[in-house]
Write a new protein. Structure first.
Length: 333
């Protein structure tokens, strides 16, 4: 938590001084500059952070079904394509993919600074997941994530659809932050926040929603803090005006110093309040995680017989089914 608030402090400080400014898994060390972001969605939805070698260094569930799948997996250390196959296989085992259906889709999003690397990652993941569908005799395919829902936000924030999605995701993970603070971050800093949450701040979705609502209430209580941040930024801009007289500069500097002292005190109180909220919610995490594991077990038992029947049928009609799947996927490109 300290690291998160340290980063938050750096962002706000940069704004002021420069005037432009649950996971079940652990993480490994990697430079933020080498990291890429991947999301995968069936209905279970998860996100991965991978290093420059394409190895998974952090994992997060995005929705409750994603939690159910992830609690049965350890994806850290796998390649992105291996993680994609493992995620799809477990989603199938838990009944999130209908093995007898004819339109299973895994939506993926790959984002990073190296376009060529992103294309290769997406190609490898697609090939691996489609290979799983072929092997298991499932009419399934990989498609790019649909981002139309983020068009309004992308226009409002003047960013790409992918960036709008990532910013929205960070707001879910860090409701204590503001849009302006996240917009001021580089891609590397944004993805570092997502990686950080995977380990130090991850919590079950139910608790995360409770936490977000509680933080919104605290934000209202400390509305003066956010107003002061805007005023300080405006004063800092004024101080950069070289045509100011010494008298006017001194008056503005005095006002800035007074407001900065007020801001620092309120910020300290705000951070303490948010930290207390997170600690309170985290105490309930273990109990909820056990409930998630039980839910996964129930789903596995529920769909085990259907999965076995499908596999028996596949053995009897393997070549015929494989040919039909390949033709089906070809027709949907």
């Amino acid at each position: 938590m300290k690291r998160i608030f340290k980063l938050l402090s750096m962002v706000v400080g940069f704004c002021l001084l420069c005037a432009s400014f649950f996971g079940c898994n652990s993480t490994t060390t990697a430079s933020a500059e080498e990291l890429s972001y991947i999301s995968m969605r069936i209905n279970p939805e998860i996100e991965l952070v991978v290093d420059e070698e394409g190895e998974v260094v952090a994992v997060n569930a995005i929705n409750e079904d994603g939690e159910t799948v992830l609690c049965e997996l350890e994806l850290i250390g796998m390649t992105a394509e291996e993680a994609g196959e493992a995620f799809t296989a477990m989603a199938t085992e838990l009944g999130f993919i209908d093995v007898d259906g004819e339109d299973a889709t895994v939506y993926i999003l790959v984002e990073g600074n190296d376009t060529e690397l992103m294309e290769k990652l997406e190609e490898k993941i697609t090939e691996k997941i489609n290979g799983f569908f072929d092997k298991k005799g499932i009419f399934g395919k990989v498609s790019p994530e649909e981002l139309e829902a983020y068009e309004a936000l992308a226009a409002e924030w003047e960013v790409s659809l992918k960036d709008a999605r990532m910013i929205s995701r960070i707001l879910e993970l860090y409701p204590e932050m503001t849009v302006e603070e996240i917009l001021a971050l580089s891609f590397e800093e944004r993805i570092e926040l997502i990686k950080e949450d995977s380990v130090k701040n991850g919590m079950p979705i139910d608790l995360r929603n409770e936490y977000r609502e509680a933080v919104d209430a605290v934000k209202e209580e400390y509305a003066e803090l956010f107003e002061l941040a805007k005023e300080l930024k405006d004063l800092e801009t004024q101080l950069q005006n070289e045509s100011l007289s010494e008298e006017d500069r001194a008056l503005i500097q005095e006002e800035y110093d007074t407001k900065k002292a007020e801001y620092d005190e309120l910020k300290k109180q705000y951070e303490e309040a948010v930290a207390a909220l997170k600690a309170e919610k985290s105490e309930k995490a273990e109990e909820i995680e056990n409930e998630i594991k039980e839910k996964a077990k129930e789903r596995r038992d529920e769909f085990a017989e259907k999965l076995k029947e499908h596999e028996d049928k596949l053995q009897e009609q393997k070549e015929e089914i494989e040919d039909k799947i390949k033709q089906w996927r070809e027709n949907r490109k």
